[in-house]
Design a protein around this ligand. Structure first.
Ligand SMILES: [Zn+2]
Length: 322
């Protein structure tokens, strides 16, 4: 534990919410714990530990808070804060089961903020902040390759065109980026069809602040539209399909959207590490590995997306002038 951890206001608020949640803890054997998660909708959801007379039954505060977020439509969490008054534990940390749960519902490298509290106040010197990757370096993970082959087969049978975009696309174009999940772009009008294709597990999905719309599967987002606001939207058109290139992802034949289309998409979103994203780093990687970026096409794509003005300064800061 360090006394140097400086929390952002958002993290501070989340910790205070965890402290509030601790009041509701139902304790029989252990000690009260409160947790709060920041959902992809940017709202916080609290949870407390709920114990049972039957030993081994009950739930930790962390999983209670995540279930609470899921109940409100969040499939991904952005941050989690946990607090407890207990002196019985050495350094407050989530248990192994909760770490796996946090990983399962993570969007990027989620931050885990912990602190002990006393008489209803957080003890500042006890505050610690780590990432899920740091705390659970070898999580249980599903085989994305197997899932991708099933998705590819279904799309082929249904005749739905699809291209890999965003993080996985940057991985395919640069080989220098790890894959956290796979974003797939399909025609906007095909989204209801996709929903039917994956009926057993997929539900219509809306990303934080309504930026993406489509179907969320475990490890995959199949989107028909990415939007910053009503005017600024990224949707599939013939040129995106035509410019996409065949590549192999987990040994499965896929088509990946062009470098320019991915730069345009990331320049539109401009998301930072605070939300578990790295749009700027991805653009810089693409630029570094591709000296022959078609600036004329990039500009045209941004025009189609109605995003020239809002991306101008951001792209310039990445060394790209359009
Ligand atoms: Zn736990």
């Amino acid at each position: 534990m360090s006394n140097k951890v400086k929390l952002t206001r958002e993290e501070q608020t989340l910790l205070e919410r965890a402290l509030e949640a601790m009041r509701y803890a139902h304790v029989i054997w252990g000690f009260p714990v409160g947790a709060a998660v920041l959902g992809e909708d940017n709202l916080d959801y609290i949870g407390c530990n709920v114990e049972s007379d039957v030993s081994g039954l009950g739930i930790c505060a962390e999983r209670c808070a995540i279930d609470h977020a899921v109940l409100h439509g969040n499939r991904r969490i952005r941050k989690i804060a946990i607090t407890s008054e207990s002196k019985a534990v050495r350094g407050l940390r989530p248990c192994g089961a909760c770490l796996q749960y946090v990983k399962d519902f993570s969007q990027g490298d989620v931050k885990i903020i912990t602190a002990t509290s006393k008489d209803g106040r957080i003890l500042p010197e006890s505050v610690d902040r780590r990432t899920i990757r740091e705390m659970l370096p070898l999580p249980f993970e599903i085989d994305l390759g197997l899932k991708l082959s099933q998705i590819a087969k279904k799309f082929e049978i249904a005749g739905i065109p699809w291209v890999v975009v965003s993080g996985a696309a940057v991985h395919l174009w640069t080989s220098r980026r790890e894959i956290t999940d796979v974003d797939i772009l399909v025609p906007e009008e095909d989204v209801p069809k996709v929903g039917v294709l994956f009926d057993t597990e997929g539900k219509s999905w809306k990303a934080p602040r309504g930026t993406s719309f489509g179907v969320a599967l475990r490890g995959f987002h199949i989107v028909g539209k990415v939007m910053v606001d009503e005017e600024c939207r990224f949707v599939m058109d013939e040129e995106i399909v035509r410019r996409a290139c065949p590549k192999k992802l987990f040994n499965i034949e896929v088509r990946v959207a062009s470098v320019e289309d991915n730069i345009a998409l990331k320049a539109m979103l401009q998301r930072g590490p605070d939300v578990g994203k790295r749009d700027k780093d991805d653009i810089l990687l693409l630029k570094e590995t591709h000296r022959d970026i078609d600036l004329q096409y990039l500009r045209r794509r941004l025009e189609v997306c109605n995003a020239v003005e809002r991306t101008h300064a951001f792209l310039r800061s990445c060394g790209i002038s359009i």
